[in-house]
Design a protein around this ligand. Sequence first.
Ligand code: FE2
Length: 199
Amino acid sequence: MAFELAPLPYAYDALAPYTSAETLEYHHDKHHAAYVTNLNNLIKGTEFESMSLEEVIKASAGKNVPVFNNAAQHWNHHHFWLWQKKGGGGTKVPGKIQTLIDRDLGGYDKFRADFIQAGMTQFGSGWAWLVFKDGKLSITKTSNAENPMTQGATPILTADVWEHGYYIDYRNLRLKFLEAFVDHLLNWDYVLECYEAAA
Ligand code: FE2
């Protein structure tokens, strides 16, 4: 069965001024859409066609680079949209997640600094992540399409640091984009939902 591009879970202008409608039109309708189209073309008539998206990612990792890249980019973007919302971000952290951030990551301020730092130190294209693995939260980063699920971790938050995600609004200032993401866009409710599904 072919994979589908879900509509954005909010209006194109919902994340403005932190992410513009123009960015979302390009990022969702062009970049994300292309990954889905490419993935469907690549898996037609192969063993991947009958798998879930997560199964395709795990089965193609290290074995089929084009399928992996497009499948992982589809997953990463699909959830990246859900990990943002209008009026999100900041310290409105659900109690259960706050407790884990305090226990595993040294508190909110250190989480914020370390998550932004992960995005800043990802050289070139990639993703900053908050993951749940072996009963603990940790912050990590990956390059290109890589997803921590191939390392046995469950992603519960990501920020896209490919230039296509911020260049229209922030030009070269990745730091400004990451600060806006954490302070104004981050959807903590979906972080909690993903954590509860994994825990
Ligand atoms: Fe992207």
